[in-house]
Design a protein around this ligand. Structure first.
Ligand SMILES: [Cu+2]
Length: 388
């Protein structure tokens, strides 16, 4: 559809709306304004097409969360084609310390799938393979991409097949990607782990509200996953032989909208104790949190979020000093925090039932010097003198 046709379509729709609402006369005066706005919008979406064959190509080695792939915060040079590989694997995973199992559907074997990092204006060139021992059809919908169901319509592959998709990263921010093979299989695959996130950095890096550069010393990706594990008559979690066998039972649990597990990085305890994230006093850490299906409300106990892109989009000015932030289901958000005290911090979903009882707790172990100025125990616990 040409820009001209598109505009006439808008005008027709607008005319119909105005006639229906009896606002035609009053609104006629506003037409020049609307036209100006439409022009501005057209200018914004007019992206320059690159000759992709002439662009430099780089391969990005993806790594399992919570880690990020090696990347530049400020892009050197112009747009690139960033080649990545995602291998789809259906695999049995244990998701808590009681041996509860899920047949996870994964990108590169982890829940969530790996973090991808590119810069605005880069092209993502994905080679995706569906392993031949898998049972199901899969695809990928990148919320950061434009057109064809985020790529979902062009990436449906059966076990034993591969596909290559290229898309241009025109919007900066952190975005979810997930499997969306159609109908009931969309939520089924997503709540069995088939989701991840991509970060599209502005070419000149992150900025504060005044446009000053913001840098981070480390970055962690926390993918939150809600699971709906069926139970037997005695109330024990059921086990299944394949990624498809539990479909009817799982759909019944999913319909209750009540997850049996809400976890970070695929399993309860995946980011606690020995698996804790680490940092040092004085370091600024970027945390990206995604939830492909359900709302969440991250909170760092004992710390804060210094800079907050709650909706995850870097064209927005970051907010400051949040205690708890909100992640809309189907999105990713980003915050930075400079650690000022050592210790073990709990990073939780501050629905504390989900954090403590369903699994949504991670730890950050921070080394460094304690500041008595920021906090000190003035009197140790003791008996109340006047207790009687
Ligand atoms: Cu899938």
């Amino acid at each position: 559809m040409s820009v001209h046709e598109s505009r006439s379509g808008v005008d027709t729709a607008r005319r119909n709306f105005l006639q229906a609402t009896g606002l035609a006369t009053a609104a006629a005066m506003a037409i020049p304004l609307v036209t100006e706005a439409a022009k501005a919008q057209t200018a914004e979406v007019a992206v320059t097409a690159e000759d992709v064959s002439k662009l430099p190509r780089v391969k990005q080695k993806l790594v399992a969360p919570p880690f990020f792939p090696e990347h530049e915060q400020v892009a050197s040079g112009g747009p690139k084609v960033v080649e990545i590989v995602l291998v789809i694997e259906e695999k049995k995973m244990t998701i808590d310390d009681e041996g509860t199992e899920v047949w996870a559907m994964t990108y590169n074997g982890s829940v969530p799938g790996p973090m991808i990092v590119v810069h605005e204006g880069d092209y993502v060139e994905l080679t995706m393979q569906n392993l031949k021992n898998n049972l199901l059809e899969h695809n990928i919908d990148f919320h950061a991409a434009t057109g064809a169901l985020g790529g979902g319509a062009l990436t449906k592959i059966m076990p034993g097949e591969e596909v290559v998709l290229r898309w241009k990263a025109t919007k900066s921010g952190v975005f979810v990607y997930h499997c969306a093979p159609g109908d009931i299989m969309i939520p089924y695959h997503v709540v069995h782990g088939m989701n991840g996130a991509i970060m599209v950095l502005p070419r000149d890096g992150l900025k504060d509200a005044d446009g000053n550069p913001l840098k981070y010393d480390r970055a962690y990706y926390i993918g939150e996953q809600d699971y709906y594990i069926p139970r037997d008559e005695e109330g024990n979690f059921k086990k299944y032989e394949s990624a498809a066998e539990n479909l009817p039972d799982a759909l019944e649990v999913m319909k209750t909208l009540t997850p049996t597990h809400v976890v970070f990085n695929g399993a309860k305890g995946a980011l606690t104790g020995d698996n804790a994230m680490t940092a040092k006093v004085g370091e600024t850490v970027l945390f990206v949190h995604s939830q492909a299906n359900r709302d969440s409300r991250p909170h760092l106990i004992g710390g804060h979020a210094d800079y907050v892109w709650e909706a995850g989009k870097f064209a927005d000015r970051p907010a400051r000093n949040f205690e708890t932030w909100f992640i809309r289901g189907g999105s990713a958000g980003a915050v930075t925090y400079k650690f000022l005290q050592p210790g073990v911090y709990a990073y939780v979903n501050h629905n504390l039932i989900e954090a403590v009882m369903l699994g949504a707790t991670a730890h950050v172990t921070v080394e460094g010097e304690w500041s008595d100025d920021l906090m000190t125990q003035v009197v140790k616990p003791r008996q109340i003198a006047s207790a009687g």
